[in-house]
Ligand binder design. Structure first.
Ligand SMILES: NC(=O)c1ccc[n+]([C@@H]2O[C@H](COP(=O)([O-])OP(=O)(O)OC[C@H]3O[C@@H](n4cnc5c(N)ncnc54)[C@H](OP(=O)(O)O)[C@@H]3O)[C@@H](O)[C@H]2O)c1
Length: 337
């Protein structure tokens, strides 16, 4: 059994890692970390997990000895400081290892990169696009939730040579913001309320553009408008494109591109994309539409932000790093209703 540690185990993505890894045959979570719950049992912090004998340790005091892999489920800027202290395999669920260029990170996140010397050891952890490189890496920068929903929805067309504007409208539930309380996250504010935020300057835009540029092999720019909606989980991204190819050709490109990808489901014509069809699963649903009147292609994707958008994808990456079956612990069907 590989021994796993989780820093930030008291947060939303940390809790999802614990729940999903509970079903893994070849790894065991042996150390969980929190600064605010040191000495408490897992069940005291998450009553749903009261069966567990795990106790929270202080990440600032522990030496991470005896661990084969460390998940970092902490805010951007914090993860790099922990990655410096651990010489084994690292999967960061935040942004510290998503960019090869520290300058782009520093501009997007408004803070200095704490370990730029580690960036050459890091790979962007989107298995469907970078599987071979991930397998050989020590550090994985797990993709952002919006970028996962957008990059997978665009990769087939961009690698085929799409040229033209890319306009994206994304909707996300409240868990995307994490567990830390903020005024805008209070029930009385969030419920029965929605709207766009960070229009024109969301920190996921540089991540989306840098990976799309790699996929297309030329610089890409996008217009990205995220919205917060009063649900707990789920992201839907709707992407408006020029119609360079026919709907039939686009459908063929997507079906072939993802033919061997267990988690990516290119839905049949007429099937709707809804968060309900992917919730609490590692699946990505994609649909391709045309607007004949406006001569546009419209791609729509849906994911669960905490699973394919975070902890599920992180486990997919862990499986690749350990040369285990990529879908291990992740094959559960979505929850319905
Ligand atoms: N939520 C999502 O849908 C999602 C999706 C993709 C990626 N992510 C990324 O994943 C990371 C975790 O997100 P989350 O939603 O799980 O956040 P969260 O619910 O706010 O949890 C983050 C945890 O990090 C710990 N933490 C904060 N500062 C720390 C420090 N200086 N040292 C050690 N631990 C610290 C906190 O635990 P203690 O205070 O108990 O120590 C907290 O429980 C973030 O980088 C986020 O951007 C989130």
């Amino acid at each position: 059994m590989y021994k796993i540690g989780i820093v930030g185990a008291s947060g939303y993505t940390g809790a999802e890692l614990i729940r999903l890894l509970n079903n893994h045959q070849s790894v065991k979570v042996t150390k969980i970390y929190s600064r605010n719950h040191v000495g408490k049992s897992l069940g005291e912090v998450f009553p749903a997990y009261c069966h567990s004998s795990l106790t929270f340790l202080d990440p600032e005091e522990d030496d991470f000895k005896d661990l084969d892999l460390l998940f970092l489920a902490v805010p951007a800027g914090v993860a790099a400081t922990y990655a410096k202290r651990f010489k084994g395999k690292v999967i960061d669920l935040g942004a510290d290892f998503r960019f090869q260029d520290a300058d782009i990170y520093e501009k997007a996140y408004g803070q200095k990169h704490m370990a730029p010397e580690l960036l050459p050891e890091a790979t962007y952890g989107l298995p469907e696009l970078f599987r071979d490189k991930i397998k050989k890496s020590r550090i994985i920068g797990n993709p952002g939730c919006f970028p996962t929903s957008i990059i997978l929805a665009l990769a087939p067309l961009l690698s085929y040579g799409y040229t033209g504007d890319i306009t994206i409208s994304s909707l996300s539930g409240a868990s995307g913001a994490g567990k830390t309380l903020a005024e805008g996250q209070h029930f009385a504010h969030r419920n029965e309320n929605f709207g766009p935020y960070k229009v024109g300057n969301h920190r996921h835009t540089p991540e989306i553009e840098s990976i799309l540029s790699l996929v297309a092999n030329k610089p890409q720019q996008v217009v990205f408008v995220p919205h917060l909606i009063p649900t707990i989980r789920g992201i839907v991204s709707t992407i408006y494109l020029e119609k360079n190819v026919s709907l039939e050709k686009a459908r063929q490109l997507y079906t072939e591109f993802y033919a061997n990808e267990f988690f990516v489901r290119v839905r049949k014509p007429g099937e709707n994309i809804e968060t309900k069809n992917v919730l609490v699963s590692n699946f990505v649903d994609l649909q391709i539409y045309e607007d004949v009147h406006a001569n546009k292609l419209i791609i729509v994707s849906a994911i669960d932000n905490l699973i394919k958008g975070a902890s599920g994808q992180a486990i997919q990456n862990m499986n690749l790093l350990f040369n285990l079956p990529e879908t291990e612990a992740l094959e559960a069907l979505p929850v319905y209703p």
